[in-house]
Ligand binder design. Sequence first.
Ligand SMILES: [Zn+2]
Length: 293
Amino acid sequence: MKGRLAGIPSRARRHHFEQGSGMTKTMMGSLRELQKIDEEVRTLRSEIEAFDPRLAEVEEPALRLEAEFTKNRARLDQMRTDARRLERGAEDKRARAKRLDERLTQVSNLREEAAVRTELDLIRRAIEAEEQEAMTLLEQVGRSEVALEELEEATLAARAEVEPNQEAMLAQRGDLKDRLSLLQSRRNVLLEALGDAERRVYESFHGSGRKVVVATLTEDGACGACYGMVPLQLQNEIRRGSALLRCEACGVILTAEPEPEEVTPVQSESGEPESEETESADIEAAQSESPGA
Ligand SMILES: [Zn+2]
C-alpha cells in the first residue's frame, strides 16, 4: 500500500503533467487503474446490496415471532385493564349496597323499605354479573400469560438462532464496505492526480455509466473499444503519445500503450484478498454453532 501510494504524483508533478506534452505513461496508467477501480466498485456495490434480502430472509422467523409476541402482550395488557375496571365497578357497587343496607335500618315505613330493598336487589345482581365477568376475564388472563410465556421463549430461541448467521453476514458485508471505502479513497487520489481535461473526460464517461474510458489502439489502427478505424493522422498522433486523443466514433481516450499485464489490486487491510471459500466457510461455521440447527 505504502509503495503504491508513493508512486502517486504529487501536486508538483501534476503541474508538470498539465504543462507537459499531454498524456504521460503515468497518466494513462492512472486512467486505467481508475477504470479498473470503478469496475470493482460496481461489483462490490451490487454484492453489498445483495446482503439486504439475505439478511431479511435470515431474520424473518424471529421478526414474525417478535411481532406476534408484541401483539399478544398488548392484548393481555388490555384484558388486565378490563378486569381491573370490572373489579373497581363491583367495589363501588358494594359500597353503595352497604349504604343501602344501613338505610334499611332507618326506614320509617314499609313503602320506603320496599323501595330500598328493590334498589339493593338490582345492585346486588349487577355486582354478581360484574364479578362473574371479571372472573371469566381473569381466567383468560391466566391462560394468556402461560401462552405468552411460551411465545416469549420461542421468540428468544428464534432470535438466538438467527444471531450467529446474521453476525457472519454483517461481518462479511462490513469487509466489503471496508474494501469499498479503500477503493474510493484510492479513486480520489487518482482522480486528483489527473489533468483537468482527463478528469473531465473520465468523470463525464463515468457519470453517464460508460465503463470503458481508455482503450488501446489495435495494431491495425482500430479503436480498442468500438473497433472503428482510426484515421491515419490521428493514429500517428496517438502513437507519438502527444496529447489527450479520443476516438472520433465512440469518444474513448486512445493510447498506443499496451494494456499492462496485471494491475496489482488494492490490498485490504489484512493484506489478504478475501476468497469466496473463506466466506462460505464462515457461514457454515456460524450455522453449525447455532442452537437447534
Ligand atoms: Zn471508438
